[in-house]
Structure formats: structure tokens, C-alpha cells
Design a protein around this ligand. Structure first.
Ligand code: BG6
Length: 487
């Protein structure tokens, strides 16, 4: 083995977005309503208000009857649907090698169960891929990122139902056949583990109408099982239709430290870790790991499996692990865990060694090196960081946006990625989250900005939507040009 001294030559530098957070045009060219179109803007009172994005059946019914009283930011996005040419030109100017985007499922199947796909929706992504090809940018497609046709929620409560697997696979087949030869990297779902915090967002599951409503764990893991089978079958289909493509799983990586050296805290950290790597255990190693059965027993979870499910999982494992990394978490066995801070998907006890972002998320670049080593040692497949970034308040001054805090955050994470590569980790790419400002997933705010490109729009949808290059835009361009050497 030869120790590397930096990023490999073909390293995939780029940025990432999700359809529901950028596209807008929610009812244009035949698109159907999606779960994310039904999440209204609510001003945040606490920094951790983002931790649960749930919609009750009553709220959903009310919004469907009359949506005039609320503002739904994800319906508007940042109008990528009409401005994709301008936006992709800006990505190209930064030198992107890859752009991670998602396909809005209800653009292709407006109701999820339509007989024929919607040609206008398919044509939109053709045009996006044309534009990427023009600049030599490789697309990385998340087949669905936190949204599904609302009709499938109303009809059978999303992924709680096994029927969702078939409807998802019909969608998968159509996009694989259509975009074959144009897209090399695929992920069946975004952050599968989000089901544990927000089943509605992750899988269109509304807890209060679930047939398992007495046991929230049962709801979440049954729906997860359906998504795992859907992922494995999509992997199979992908290989049949596009033998040259790569398809992997995508999780939110929750790297967790024990709060102290006390054995009870260490054990808690281990248990938290097991729950987080459960998803790649199934999708990369091909089976439910032993430890999960005790957890299921203790939580009263009985997964309804069909004959053949185990075989499906065993025979269709993924090529790589893609993950988001924003921060690290703390595990404690103490029933009074101390000061809590906010975070991606879940909050955590505060780690006194880490500074916090404007939204009280801990910042931990070294944690990224730790996580890369841990995942690689355990799974030994290529890793792809498909989300990492800083949500912050930005200000426009004389037509410019100075964001040294974002540069600092990204620089420190990239330094640690390089260390991990020297450690021997096979890291193939890095797409920063929200390379252009977009609507926050957790808070639906526009003011929580992640981009290299500023978008003139406020939390209520006012603004010209003009795009402005931030200081970090020029910095990232230099990073890509120097293949990660000039930070
Ligand atoms: C990830 C999601 O969990 O976190 C993204 O995949 C999301 O969709 C990102 O936008 C950042 O979270 P937030 O709540 O700040 O938008």
C-alpha cells in the first residue's frame, strides 16, 4: 500500500442541492404536489425548532382544502426550474467536477400511481443534464430527496405501505431508462435514517394515521424496512439497465462521542453508533446486523418481512457509502444530560470543546476525519461526502457578501479530509451542501444560508432572486483548481 500525500487526481469536487429546496415551480408543467410542498413557514423561536418536521393528518387535510393562509417556501425554492442555466454556469465557473441534485418524483409521476410518466418532467432533467454535459460536470442523482407524491401519503401512508416499493420502482425504472448513459452516480434515497426523527419528510408517513400508531418505533422501522427493500431492488434494476453506473446508500452520519470515560457513557456511544451504521450494515453488508434484533425486541418492533426479502438484501448491495456530515454528537447514560444544543436531525448534549454555528450546531472538523476512518475501516467501500457546510446569516454590503466564517468552516473540514486520505481512506468526492442558497429543509428559512452563491430572497419569498457570488465562491474555485492544496 502506498501512502497518498493528498487528494487523488480524479477527486470529485462539487456541490449539492435537493429538488424541493431549489426548484420551485411546484405546479408547473404537470408536476403533482409533493410532501415538501405541504410544509409551511413557521418563524423559529428556538434554534432547535428544526428537529422535528412533522405534519399531522389534520394539518395536511386543512392545507389541502385551503392553502391561502400559509406560505410554503419549498413551493417557490429559488426558482432553479427557470434559472438552471445561469446556476449551472456559475457552478462551472467554480470548476465543479460533480453536481449532486435530486429528481422531484412528483414531476415524473404527479400522483405516484399514474399509468404514464409526465413527459414534461422528464424533459426538464434532460435539459439539466445537457447543461451539465456542456461543462463536463458529472451529475450525482439522489433519486428522491425528502419528498414523494402527496397522493401516495393520502392513499396508503407513504412507505408505511409495502405498495410504496412498487410505485417507487416504477419511478426508478423510468428515470434509469431515460437517463442511462448520462448519470453515473446514483443514491436511491436521501438520509434513510431521518425516518427516526421525521417519518413524514423521509417517507411520507403520518404517525397519527399509522396502523401501528401505538408504537412509534414499529412505524419507523417498518417503513425503513420498505425503504431498504426499495433501495436494494433499485440497485438491482440500476445494474440491469446501466451496468457501468455506480449506486450506493446515503445516510446522515451521526458521529457520536461518549460524554465521559465512564463505561456507561462509552456503552451508550457504542449503541448510538450501531443504530447509525445499521443502514449501511443492511445495504452494504447485505443483512440486518445481529445487534439490531435485541433492540427490536426491547422496543417491541416486529418487522413484517416477505419471503425473499433477506435474499433481496443479500444479493443487491451498494457500491459506495454517501453521507452528510455537519457535526458530532455526545452520548451519555446520565438521565440529566446537561445543556442541550441543536443539530442536524437530532439535538445533543453540548460538547464544551466545540464552537457552535448561528443555529447552535457544533462545529467539529476533526470529527470528519474520525468518521471517515471509522466508516472505511468498517465497510471498506469508497466513501463520498455528499453534504457538508455551514448554515449562517449572510449580509450583502455594496453588492458583495463577505463570508470568512464559511471559508474557515470548509477549509478546516477539507484539511481533515486530506488527513483521512493520507490515513488510507478511499474518499472519492465532496459536494458541499447548498452550493447555492436554498430553502432550509429543517426550518424552511431562506435566511439560513449555505451557498457560495447568494440568492436575493427572504424568509417570506420577497426578493429579486438575483444571484451574487460570495467571497467563498472565489475561494472554492481556487480550492478546486489546486485539487485541495490551496486552502
Ligand atoms: C440534511 C438534508 O440533513 O441537512 C438537507 O439532507 C438539509 O436537505 C441539510 O437542507 C441541512 O439542514 P437544514 O435544516 O439546515 O436545511
Amino acid at each position: 500500500f502506498k501512502v497518498k500525500n493528498g487528494f487523488p487526481e480524479n477527486f470529485l469536487w462539487g456541490g449539492a442541492t435537493a429538488a424541493s429546496q431549489v426548484e420551485g415551480a411546484y405546479d408547473v408543467d404537470g408536476k403533482g404536489l409533493s410532501t415538501s410542498d405541504m410544509v409551511p413557514y413557521k418563524p423559529m423561536e428556538h434554534s432547535n425548532d428544526n428537529m422535528k418536521i412533522e405534519v399531522t393528518s389534520e394539518q395536511l387535510k386543512a392545507y389541502l382544502e385551503d392553502d391561502s393562509k400559509e406560505y410554503f417556501p419549498k413551493r417557490k425554492g429559488v426558482d432553479f426550474y427557470h434559472r438552471y442555466k445561469e446556476d449551472i454556469a456559475l457552478f462551472a465557473e467554480m470548476g465543479f467536477k460533480v453536481y449532486r441534485l435530486s429528481i422531484a418524483w412528483p414531476r415524473i409521476f404527479p400522483n405516484g400511481d399514474d399509468k404514464e410518466p409526465n413527459e414534461a418532467g422528464l424533459a426538464f432533467y434532460d435539459k439539466v443534464f445537457d447543461e451539465l454535459e456542456k461543462y463536463g460536470i458529472e451529475p450525482f442523482v439522489t433519486m428522491t430527496h425528502y419528498e414523494m407524491p402527496i397522493n401516495l401519503v393520502l392513499k396508503y401512508n407513504g412507505f408505511e405501505s409495502r405498495q410504496a416499493i412498487d410505485d417507487y420502482l416504477r419511478f426508478a425504472k423510468v428515470i434509469f431508462k431515460r437517463y442511462k448513459g448520462r448519470v453515473k452516480y446514483w443514491a436511491p434515497f436521501n438520509e434513510l435514517n431521518m425516518m427516526l426523527t421525521s417519518p413524514y419528510t423521509c417517507g411520507g408517513v403520518i404517525s397519527d394515521v399509522s396502523k401501528y400508531k401505538d408504537n412509534e418505533y414499529q412505524i419507523k422501522y417498518q417503513a425503513t424496512h420498505h425503504q431498504l427493500i426499495a433501495s436494494a431492488l433499485a440497485t438491482k434494476l440500476c445494474r440491469e439497465i446501466m451496468p457501468d453506473a455506480k449506486i450506493g446508500c446515503m445516510i446522515a452520519r451521526l458521529e457520536t462521542y461518549a460524554a465521559t470515560s465512564k463505561p456507561e457513557d462509552q456503552l451508550q456511544a457504542l449503541l448510538d453508533e450501531q443504530l447509525n451504521v445499521f443502514y449501511p450494515e443492511v445495504l452494504i453488508n447485505g443483512k440486518y446486523p445481529n445487534y439490531i434484533w435485541r433492540y427490536f425486541k426491547e422496543k417491541g418492533i416486529n418487522i413484517e418481512m416477505e419471503p425473499g426479502d433477506e435474499e433481496i438484501l443479500r444479493e443487491n448491495t451498494g457500491d459506495f457509502i454517501a453521507f452528510s456530515y455537519y457535526m458530532t454528537y455526545m452520548a451519555t447514560a446520565n438521565p440529566e444530560p446537561g445543556v442541550q444544543v441543536s443539530g442536524n436531525l437530532v439535538g445533543t448534549s453540548q460538547n464544551p470543546h466545540l464552537e457552535l454555528t448561528d443555529w447552535d450546531w457544533p462545529i467539529d472538523p476533526i470529527g470528519l476525519r474520525i468518521t471517515l476512518n471509522r466508516l472505511y475501516d468498517r465497510f471498506k467501500v469508497p466513501l463520498f461526502i455528499v453534504e457538508n457546510g455551514l448554515g449562517a446569516h449572510d449580509k450583502v454590503e455594496d453588492g458583495k457578501v463577505h463570508d470568512p466564517y464559511r471559508i474557515d468552516y470548509l477549509r478546516r473540514h477539507i484539511e481533515q479530509m486530506k488527513e483521512a486520505i493520507i490515513d488510507g481512506v478511499d474518499l472519492i468526492g465532496y459536494t458541499t451542501w447548498g452550493c447555492i442558497d436554498l430553502v432550509s429543509c429543517g426550518t424552511s428559512q431562506m435566511s439560513k444560508r449555505y451557498g457560495f452563491i447568494y440568492v436575493d430572497q427572504d424568509d417570506h419569498g420577497n426578493g429579486t432572486l438575483e444571484r451574487i457570488r460570495k467571497d467563498s465562491f472565489y475561494w472554492y474555485k481556487k480550492v478546486i483548481q489546486s485539487n485541495g492544496e490551496d486552502l
